[in-house]
Write a protein that binds this ligand. Sequence first.
Ligand SMILES: [Zn+2]
Length: 119
Amino acid sequence: MCGVLDGATERGCRRWCGASTSQAVAFGYEVDSNWLTHFWIRLATLGRSVKAQVHTHPGEAFHSPVDDKWPIVSQAGFLSVVIPNLAMGPSSLDTAWIGRLRPDGTWVQVSSAAEAVLL
Ligand SMILES: [Zn+2]
């Protein structure tokens, strides 16, 4: 799991997220809860936050019921991006599923990455 940090560069994101420990489970992985706790503490200490989550699926990009139910942040406006084909395609968000969490806890798919960043 890799959170996008306010003002973080790609290198900064890798530094933050690369230290993650996780355990593979059927059809996904679980992020180590101790790592996640330290991640939240580091974010709070630095006054940063997670605005989006990004992950990939082996085939089509979509938001699964698990994705719907367990976002890393459950705050309205939070973004989720799912990259298709294990992110083995072109470096583009054109085929990604991009959604925004609504105040009622449901997700709405946005039409493009550009729409996602315009709040
Ligand atoms: Zn998913």
